[in-house]
Design a protein around this ligand. Structure first.
Ligand code: SAH
Length: 268
């Protein structure tokens, strides 16, 4: 399957991207990340330099283990080998940053385990050699997956409903100065129409169904990867769903069981 590079699409939004908050007065629109130099060397993770986590060997080891699990997309493995996951977790957890485990990131949320991030990004890219065009991520969390995505597509729009995590992601990503990552504070249920159409949509939180808005905002030839529950499996269980928007219509595949935090409406 080939997917169009939507970078030439007429709907390409202006920058910085802002959520249209006219219908959600409680929300304060925030500008997207503007790459700025770090003020001095005061980044919190300066602390962990010298304990080995800033060495690429530790990430290569993680990548080798991911490859042993059968994850084979070289571009995704390379991207995961270059983004320092330990910079996205709390200091007390950095020693577990390269284990294949999910970790708490505050406010009851978790960063997905590397194996799941790798699998979902691999699915998102399947059949599309080269960089994807614009991608929408629902659930920025700590910003790790957005950072990996930034190496695999032209533009990343990442939306988070919890202000505390939106702010944390912005802090975590600052050192990378990624001009193609646009962080949005808001409810991702209605997607983000201003960035549409998307070559890919990826959700890091699971609802009972994929909102129709996400499918509407997918480009023809685009792919959506999301955890979903209910209806498809027994109560409480989630599966990975892949939706392809083809010129002939929607094609849906139900894949393996997964465990993600719930997709919730509104902001907090
Ligand atoms: N990709 C993230 C994983 C974050 S966990 C990372 O790399 O850290 C999933 C996130 O989805 C949580 O932060 C949760 O607050 C967020 N979320 C849940 N429902 C949402 C919604 N409707 N809109 C935006 N974000 C949502």
């Amino acid at each position: 399957m080939t997917r169009p590079n939507p970078s030439s699409a007429r709907l390409r939004p202006g920058f910085p991207a802002r959520l249209d908050t006219r219908n959600t007065p409680a929300t304060q629109a925030r500008p997207a990340i503007t790459p700025k130099p770090l003020p001095g060397a005061g980044h919190k993770n300066t602390l962990i330099h010298g304990v080995g986590l800033d060495s690429s060997a530790v990430r290569q080891n993680m990548v080798v283990k991911l490859a042993q699990q059968g994850l084979t997309d070289a571009a995704v493995l390379q991207a995961m080998g270059s983004i320092e996951r330990h910079r996205f977790v709390d200091t007390a957890l950095v020693n577990q940053a390269y284990e294949d485990t999910s970790l708490p990131i505050g406010l009851g949320q978790t960063i997905s385990k590397p194996g799941v991030v790798c699998r979902m990004l691999e699915l998102l890219r399947q059949g599309s050699p080269g960089r994807l065009g614009r991608v929408l991520e629902i659930g920025t969390g700590c910003g790790y997956q957005a950072a990996v995505l930034s190496l695999l597509c032209h533009e990343v729009y990442s939306i988070e409903r919890l202000r505390g995590l939106h702010d944390k992601a912005r802090d975590n990503l600052r050192h990378l100065r990624l001009a193609n990552v646009h962080l949005l504070f808001g409810d991702g249920m209605p997607g983000y129409a201003k960035g549409a159409p998307y070559a890919g949509i990826i959700a890091a939180a699971g609802g009972e169904a994929v909102p129709q808005a996400w499918i509407d905002q997918l480009a023809v030839g685009g792919r959506l990867v999301a955890p979903v529950s209910a209806g498809l499996t027994s109560a409480g269980k989630q599966v990975l769903l892949v939706i392809d928007k083809t010129p002939q219509g929607i094609r849906q595949s139900v894949l393996e069981g997964v465990y993600f935090v719930p997709l919730k409406s509104g902001i907090a």
